[in-house]
Design a binder for this molecule. Structure first.
Ligand code: OAD
Length: 259
């Protein structure tokens, strides 16, 4: 554990490793911070603003109705960044753990890096908020995977539905929209029956995702938080670890080779 800055942190990581090792079922909730060390900007905090807009001002149905060009320009910008990024040590460690045991990743991110890190179906994340690399029609039900550069120079150049020709939109759950009921139901079920919930790199401000850790806690499970800053979950967490995900998550999940 050479990268861990203090004895207190090393001890807390040791305790958290024990909780995770003893947990028969683990659910992991991740947010933008898990991808920070891959170079993906978070939504809030330093670097979270884009041209003076906040995510909450752009990721809404109202924003898209008012100015679809602006919203697509933002998503095109996020896409172009993410396409140059690769999964970091946290994504890889989480995918590896999901291959070895009952361990399910529930992600808020739309960057696709957990999907890229997954080496098996067991490591595929449950996707709460959608994907930057899918779009769906604003008129019919068509959805499609898409990794092209977004041309948002004018309304005419924006992506269109290949089935009916109407304007397409990112396949992302926006503020004010409901999560897919099946996906949310599965996430709640996992969280309610988990012996431990590992929460990585989320500000825990956006519900219902932020409430998942509470389901585990109320059912008697442990909540382990990894974040560079305090969040609304910190006080109630069983263990809260301060530090970057790409350092702490591999430490938490490394197999006990020295045992
Ligand atoms: P936020 O940008 O709100 O929060 C990122 C969190 O990551 C903060 O708590 C940071 O302190 C933490 N963080 C930053 N760097 C880190 C690092 N290297 N290691 C560990 N933690 C780090 O992102 P989310 O909580 O994911 O919704 O935001 C939730 C949702 O709001 C997103 O899914 C998105 C957004 O609007 C949609 O796109 C629908």
């Amino acid at each position: 554990m050479a990268d861990l800055a203090s004895d207190a942190l090393r001890a807390a990581v040791g305790r958290a490793r024990g909780l995770l090792r003893d947990a028969a079922r683990v659910v992991v909730l991740t947010g933008a911070g898990v991808s920070a060390e891959s170079g993906v900007p978070t939504f809030r905090g330093p670097g979270g603003l884009w041209k003076n807009y906040r995510a909450e001002d752009l990721a809404t149905p109202g924003a898209f109705t008012r100015d679809p060009r602006l919203v697509w320009e933002w998503y095109g910008w996020r896409r172009s960044i993410v396409q140059q990024c690769v999964p970091n040590a946290a994504h890889v460690a989480l995918a590896g753990a999901a291959d070895r045991r009952v361990f399910r990743i529930v992600k808020q991110n739309v960057d696709g890096l957990h999907v890229e890190a997954a080496q098996s179906p067991a490591a595929q994340p449950l996707e709460l908020h959608g994907s930057l690399f899918r779009m769906r029609c604003t008129r019919c039900t068509a959805r499609r995977a898409d990794r092209d550069v977004i041309d948002a120079t004018s309304l005419e150049t924006l992506p269109r539905c290949t089935a009916c020709g109407a304007l397409a939109r990112p396949d992302i759950v926006w503020f004010g929209e409901s999560l897919d009921a099946n996906v949310l139901g599965e996430a709640m079920e996992l969280a309610s029956h988990a012996d431990a919930c590992l929460v990585v790199g989320t500000s825990a401000l956006v519900h219902p995702a932020a409430g998942l850790a509470d389901l585990t806690r109320r059912a008697g499970g442990a909540v382990i938080e990894v974040n560079v800053a305090d969040t609304p979950l910190t006080n109630d967490a069983t263990i809260s670890l301060r530090g970057p995900a790409a350092v702490l998550v591999p430490e938490l999940l490394a197999p006990d080779s020295d045992a």
